[in-house]
Design a protein around this ligand. Structure first.
Ligand SMILES: [Fe+2]
Ligand SMILES: [Fe+2]
Length: 372
């Protein structure tokens, strides 16, 4: 019998696997498991792990917050199965990631743009996949889910797009931030044309996203009964600030919404839509972006918040690069550490201390940015 031939490529991968296996036993899931274990150990012993997941245990007695984790998945942009399977597989991968978290998150926040063109088949497919999550799912709407039928199908599947609830000492608000002024009626557009227009971020026809008068009234009313010391976590699809107008990385009434949030001591806004690692702080409000499972957007040519810990430019030869999902780790003091679980890259933690110190403490590792 002839000796088994091993190709150069096979040997290369075997050697590489052995090398990386020896260097770093922790894969991505291992990291998340270990970080959770460190988190739990710290909470019990009152110690702060040095390398990651800083825990402010001292804050527990005063804030009334019991630390917990929210997993997030966002911006999957599903087409129907016969059009594109890659984005479907990516969402399945994210669901698999979250189902492997140990312990499980208290809930999973879906960050919007589940569908690409708002079609019933796309939204139903997404709903079907998300049912496989072990933890409860809270849904947020994105513009790609909305503008074919103005949210009719989305609401039928998932309920009202704006709502709030209390969880372990934190008040959580989910907004629909993708309202737009009517640009379609005067132009006699079909629903498909309207959806197609909104789906193009820089077409110059559509308006800017906004939370809108009605919902701002609702938000004020909702927060009227919440104590100012109660930490708030607000989820919005578009960032609740003005980042880059030509791409609609922008919420037009952001200043008004921020004014409603300003009286509260601890406020965190977590948003989708921008498909990138993104960090900002305006006054007392900490902002974090969510990764997409479908594609990464490049950083805008201007207006990038200076505290942003940039992710490396995506590798054009790897369709899953710069994508991922992640965790919002709610601390005992009511602020959050944001874990970006980048597929194919090491996870990045942007801690609340980094924002509280305006970027001087707990600075996350910088990417090498060699390709820029
Ligand atoms: Fe998106
Ligand atoms: Fe979006």
């Amino acid at each position: 019998m002839a000796a088994k031939h091993t190709s150069i490529e096979t040997r290369h991968y075997a050697e590489r696997d052995a090398l990386f296996g020896g260097l770093r036993r922790l894969d991505r899931r291992g990291f998340l498991k270990v970080s959770a274990a460190a988190f739990a150990a710290a909470a019990v012993k009152g110690i702060v792990p040095q390398s990651f997941m800083p825990i402010d245990v001292a804050g527990a007695a005063t804030s009334g917050v019991e630390p917990f984790r929210i997993a997030y998945i966002s911006d999957s942009h599903l087409y129907e199965r016969h059009v594109n399977e890659r984005f479907i597989r990516a969402l399945l991968r994210a669901v698999d990631d979250v189902n492997h978290l140990d312990p499980q998150p208290d809930f999973v926040l879906y960050g919007g743009d589940l569908a690409q063109l708002g079609k019933p088949g796309e939204l139903e497919l997404g709903a079907q996949i998300l049912k496989n999550l072990k933890a409860p799912v809270r849904m947020m709407v994105g513009e790609h889910d909305w503008f074919l039928d103005m949210g009719e199908k989305w609401r039928a599947l998932f309920g009202q797009p704006n709502y709030s609830f209390d969880h372990k000492g934190v008040h959580v608000v989910v907004l629909n931030s993708i309202h737009e002024d009517d640009f379609w009626t005067a132009r006699k557009m079909t629903p498909e044309q309207r959806m197609g227009t909104v789906a193009g971020l820089d077409n110059g026809i559509q308006g800017r996203f906004k939370v809108g008068d009605e919902q701002r009234v609702w938000l004020k009313k909702d927060l009227a009964t919440v104590g100012k010391a109660t930490p708030l976590i607000v989820f919005s699809h578009s960032p609740l600030y003005k980042y880059y107008r030509p791409w609609n990385f922008w919420t037009d009434d952001a200043d008004e919404v921020q004014a409603i949030l300003k009286p509260f001591n601890k406020v965190v806004v977590v948003h989708g839509h921008t498909h990138q690692m993104l960090t900002n702080r305006i006054g007392n409000i900490h902002f974090h972006g969510m990764l997409s499972t479908a594609w990464p957007w490049p950083y805008a040519p201007e207006g990038l918040p200076p505290l942003t810990v940039q992710m490396d430019r995506a590798d054009p030869f790897n369709p899953n690069d710069a994508l991922g999902n992640g965790v919002v780790q709610v601390r005992a003091d009511g602020l959050v550490d944001k874990v970006y679980n980048l597929w194919n890259r090491d996870p990045v933690v942007v801690s609340s201390e980094y924002l509280s110190s305006r970027g001087t403490k707990k600075v996350p590792p910088k990417p090498n940015l060699v390709s820029f």
